[in-house]
Design a protein around this ligand. Structure first.
Ligand code: GDP
Ligand code: MG
Length: 208
């Protein structure tokens, strides 16, 4: 399913990946700019954000999934109804990249015009690279050369490259790129005036 001109003011992003890789934390960081170390199991959750950009109404739905494989039929339906996908693994968990592989296969199977689907592969927990289990070189070449998808390393903990997931998916969906900075305004939450670290221009992680 591709976006027609008329539908361009509405996009649904779906976050997929094994349980525990940080999907909920990335979404929470993006929407609320907070991070929790406590783990809570997610049931599928839909966040709906509405924005007004120079008089144009935009709606972004963000579907957070549980990572459990109990409901394959439901997941298939959600994939069918989503426009763009963040496939998340954790850089300290090699098995979680195997999950990304099978999720990608599933998306390609469900979507017909699969070359046009906005997809970004997210290596989260890059603040934790001391625990590295996954060879990032191999993964980057699989994702970028073999699959021809974008690969971004992120940390929900340090807020590294988190907004890039969203702006990359919007760009791939041909939504106006000027939407991206507007999305960082947190309209429904108390204003956070803390200075933000400068945006990292690369897609890989800086280790401090
Ligand atoms: P989900 O199951 O994919 O939604 O994963 P969660 O967002 O619930 O995160 C699982 C656990 O990983 C939680 O304890 C988080 O605090 C932790 N976590 C998530 N993102 C990061 C990250 O970027 N760095 C580190 N060090 N821990 C993270
Ligand atoms: Mg979750």
């Amino acid at each position: 399913m591709s976006l027609s001109v008329k539908e361009k003011s509405h996009i649904r992003l779906m976050f997929l990946g094994a349980a525990g890789v940080g999907k909920t934390s990335l979404i929470r960081r993006f929407l609320l700019d907070t991070f929790e170390t406590k783990y809570r199991r997610t049931v599928d959750e839909l966040h709906i954000k509405e924005y007004n950009i120079s008089g144009m109404k935009m709606q972004m739905d963000i579907l957070d999934t549980s990572g459990s494989y109990d409901f394959p039929a439901m997941r298939k339906l959600s994939i069918k109804n989503s426009d763009a996908f963040a496939l998340v693994y954790a850089v300290d968990d090699a098995v979680s990249f195997e999950t990304v592989k099978s999720l990608r296969d599933e998306i390609l199977e469900i979507k017909e015009d699969n070359k046009l689907i906005p997809v970004v592969v997210v290596g989260n927990k890059c603040d934790n690279k001391g625990e590295l289990q996954v060879s990032s070189k191999d993964i980057v070449s699989t994702v970028e050369v073999e699959w021809n998808n974008k690969h971004i390393e992120t940390s929900a903990k340090t807020n590294e490259n988190v907004a890039e997931i969203f702006s990359e998916l919007l760009q791939q969906a041909n939504l106006p790129s000027r939407l991206s900075p507007a999305l960082r305004r947190r309209e429904t939450f108390p204003k956070d005036n803390r200075a933000k670290p400068p945006m990292n221009k690369t897609n890989s992680c800086t280790i401090s």
